[in-house]
Design a protein around this ligand. Structure first.
Ligand code: SF4
Length: 328
């Protein structure tokens, strides 16, 4: 079957993935494979812009890839690789940085946020981060980039950089990518307040054991107004209910909605049901991950093969880029 186009997406190596990662990105990565030629990269060079230490970089890369594979990202259908295994991206990054005004980079809200977050480490790579991202996309001539609404400005930036390059060198070598905006559900962490995140330790890992998952679910903050079992609750403000809507059956969701409002179900029982449904949802994922873990050498070979396939595309693009510039 002819594919609709080429998708590129990259994610920093954050180690074992959590439910927020799965529902926000991985699930979509898997679905896109059917219709698109997908290029998925663990962007480890990007990670260096904010990392204090690289001690866990290798483990985090492998752990994330294991989760990707277990979730259904398929190296037979897609190119899955590690960014640093394709050095051409660094070359294109340098070339694209010459057509990007510095003021544009320092004016970006994401750069200003990072300066606030890590004032002790405002490095050159941090300023050029969006250019490296543009290079990631342009190198594979991806015409489609899946994004959430909040990431749309990044893709618009990439389109501008691509246009600048093509204009400066009077060519049409690089492809302006289109955004494929997907409305991801915002997954709140077990604290019931902030977006699920590893750094906030409010996450539920996909690969944790059923017991660990149950423990994390039992820690979830519920409707803060419900003090006693006999108080009616409000599922609309309860994060446990939000996850029920994703992982429980329609009948169960209806039942909880009614019983919570009439104080006919306690939060402990409600969470136990969520943990049970979540664990059954994750069962296949965990089995698959366990199998991949037993064959780590094959997973590493798969990454090397992915990089090899990515380098073929990358080198072809770079030959066109060098020629368009007129490099000797
Ligand atoms: Fe939330 Fe369930 Fe408790 Fe209602 S019964 S407040 S939905 S945990």
């Amino acid at each position: 079957m002819d594919k609709k186009g080429r998708v590129f997406s990259g994610a920093r190596p954050t180690g074992r993935q959590h439910l927020g990662n799965y529902l926000g990105a991985m699930r979509n990565y898997v679905a896109l494979q059917k219709d698109y030629e997908c290029v998925y990269s663990v962007v480890d060079i990007h990670a260096l812009t904010t990392m204090e230490t690289t001690q866990n970089l290798k483990t985090n890369t492998l752990d994330m890839v294991l989760d990707w594979l277990a979730a259904g990202m398929d190296p037979q259908q897609s190119i899955i690789f590690v960014q640093s295994h394709v050095p051409q991206v660094m070359e294109l990054h340098t070339i694209l940085s010459m057509v990007t005004p510095l003021g544009k980079l320092t004016d970006l809200p994401t750069f200003k946020d990072k300066v606030r977050e890590q004032p002790h480490n405002v490095n050159y790579g941090l300023v050029g981060y969006p250019v490296l991202m543009a290079a990631d996309i342009a190198l594979y001539k991806a015409d489609t980039v899946p994004v959430g609404v909040d990431q749309a400005p990044h893709i618009e930036f990439t389109r501008e950089v691509v246009r600048s390059f093509n204009y400066r060198y009077n060519c049409d070598v690089l492809v302006e990518p289109q955004m494929k905006v997907t409305e991801f559900p915002k997954i709140i962490g077990i604290d019931g307040q902030q977006k699920m995140s590893k750094s906030l330790d409010n996450h539920i890992e996909m690969a944790s054991t059923p017991e660990e998952t149950q423990k994390r679910v039992m820690m979830m903050v519920t409707d803060p107004q419900r003090q006693r079992r006999s108080d009616p609750g409000n599922p609309d403000v309860c994060n446990v209910f939000s996850l029920h809507k994703i992982f429980s059956s329609a009948e169960e969701v209806k039942m909880i909605d009614h019983d919570c409002r009439h104080a006919e179900i306690g939060c402990v029982d409600c969470k136990k049901l969520l943990a049970k449904n979540l664990n059954s949802h994750l069962e296949t994922f965990r089995e698959r991950r366990g199998e991949f873990e037993k064959h780590l050498d094959e997973v590493e070979d798969m990454l090397l093969d992915g990089a090899k396939r990515a380098r073929v595309i990358a080198e072809k693009t770079m030959q066109e880029v060098r020629s368009a510039i007129g490099l000797y």
